[in-house]
Design a protein around this ligand. Structure first.
Ligand code: DAT
Ligand code: MG
Length: 138
């Protein structure tokens, strides 16, 4: 078995709603290993680097505002195909469209706001996982 690593974030809405434990439980219940974890108050510089692919999009500014509105929990998780596996656990970006059984589908709330407060982030490729782990766990 070849272990892979990913970056998972419990976003400010997840931390504020007291869902950190439930989200970590789902990661571990799936069989992934949490190998590092820290609570971070992310600044604009870190978030701009993290969301570089979205810079210039209409939701970028509100996204950075939201992500810096409170602490996030950054998680380094490892396991076979954990990148794809966690994306699958998280569910679709839009919490209303996310399938029941997923973190966003079961727990995500659609507040009708500009930014989707969708509880979690997960790296979407080996390249972004490497890059994002370097940003959050340098
Ligand atoms: P994901 O978090 O599922 O990887 P993404 O990388 O496309 O989704 O977008 C990053 C975050 O930006 C996402 O979690 C919520 C927000 N976002 C994405 N698309 C959006 C949109 N059309 N309107 C508002 N917020 C959006
Ligand atoms: Mg993404």
């Amino acid at each position: 078995m070849s272990a892979e690593e990913t970056l998972i974030l419990v976003k400010p809405d997840g931390v504020a709603r007291g869902l950190t434990g439930e989200i970590l439980r789902r990661i571990e219940a799936k069989g992934y290993t949490i190998t590092d974890l820290r609570m971070v108050r992310a600044d604009r510089e870190l978030l701009t680097a993290h969301y570089a692919e979205h810079e210039g999009k209409p939701f970028f500014e509100p996204l950075v505002e939201f992500m810096s509105s409170g602490p996030v929990v950054a998680v380094r998780a490892s396991g076979h195909r954990v990148i794809e596996g966690f994306r699958s656990l998280a569910g679709a970006t839009d919490p209303t469209a996310a399938a029941p059984g997923t973190i966003r589908g079961d727990l995500g709330r659609d507040w009708g706001l500009n930014v989707q407060q969708n509880l979690v982030h997960g790296s979407d490729s080996t390249l972004s996982a490497e890059r994002e782990l370097g940003l959050w766990f340098s």
